[in-house]
Design a protein around this ligand. Sequence first.
Ligand code: 5AD
Ligand code: SF4
Length: 467
Amino acid sequence: MQLPNIKDARKRTKEEVKHIYLDQHYDQDMFKNKKYFLRTYGCQMNVHDGEEIAARLESLGFTPTDTIEDSDVVILNTCAIRENAHDKLYGFLGRCKHEKEKNNKDLIIGICGCMAQEEGVVNDLIKNHPYVDIVFGTHNIHELQDLLINKHSKQNIEVYSCEGNVYENIPYKRESNIKAWVNIQYGCDKFCTYCIVPYTRGKQRSRKSNEIIKEVECLVKNGYKEVTLLGQNVNAYGKDIEDLSFAELLEKVSDTGIERVRFVTSHPWDFTDDMINIIAERDNIMPYIHLPLQSGSTNILKLMGRRYTKEEYLELFKKIKNTIKNCSITTDIIVGFPNETDEDFEETLNVVNECKFDSAFTFIYSPREGTPAAKMEDKIDMKTKEERLAKLNEIVNKYSLEANKKYLNKTVPVLIEGISEKDPNKLFGYTDTMKLVNVIGNKNLIGQIVNVLITDAKSFSLDGEVK
Ligand code: 5AD
Ligand code: SF4
């Protein structure tokens, strides 16, 4: 049994991180006729980890199911970014425990993801939830098959305290055959004071560029139309190894001929002119950038450890808008960081009013144990924080609608991804600028980039018809 320890999370030097080529083979009949239920919470990184977990389960013969009652193994892939993640974990555990006690004593219950990297959570699982069978962390998903094959009657906890290695030959059961996630780096070196990620996912470890390119080339060969390069701070790609910069990597990925290249997430600190220029130059690098602001107050940004001022953010924002034609920019904003004053909050609103973001994900600050901000004394009450969030959302939504209305009566290219969830008679897809469009059109257009006339604009989506 290994226990995660927040202090160890960033202990390894970059020389100690190994690039390992996995060569794993399993008997696909081992769990034949057995079913798995997998639920994933959180960011794109977790969603992509979920694709690995599914592939690993299926390599042993498991098939997927949508219900816990029908399953032989349930895996919860958790997120730790905000407090409400805990409620989801415990709600899920309650349902699984009930099922195991009442109907299926052989049910295997597994917990993984970012919460499994938290010492307090693991201690609680040991003490109060002995019916949980396996716990594994973000650094050792590759051990899942062995954990299931060697499962014994006792709770089995395998979580690496330090950051893991960089693995290649990872199997994925991709959710789409049109667009794919491609990891380019793991972990994060930024240590923003509110953020748990550098502890749950460790220090930044970049994949080698030739491996990334190989993966994208393989996706192109298999008919994929879009890749999204994934990392907590993609702009810092390559800084921990001797390899390309992110701008150079983007150029190489663009050279593979994939129709659409996207990337998330960018930190303003590492955003270079080279990056802006390559996005502007290449038609297959999408004019869409998620550029988290977090706060518009330089004082709060300093307390957050963000390494830029309000003015520097605005300068970068303008440079991007002036260089990349029709670029859409979205953002993340936290309100109610410890001791955020009315004036600080007003500054955030001022930046939002100036930037008029295409959309924004907004959050109330949530203290995360082990992070520096969690130790800061906070005199602001929750009611004030909630009022700030509501006010911010009102403004953010107004600008989202404004941005969407600019598309009215225009014809734009849309990658059609599937049948609309809201209306089975419609298709859905995304513009190059990442606007969701519900489209009237023929099903055989799924997987194609088609010209769509935009007929209606709402805050969160567009309507259109194929031209
Ligand atoms: N509280 C609230 N929001 C947070 N985020 C990260 N950590 C916290 C926290 N402790 C937000 C940031 C980040 C996004 C993914 O989640 O805005 O960009
Ligand atoms: Fe967290 Fe900051 Fe790293 Fe983003 S850049 S993952 S907010 S520490």
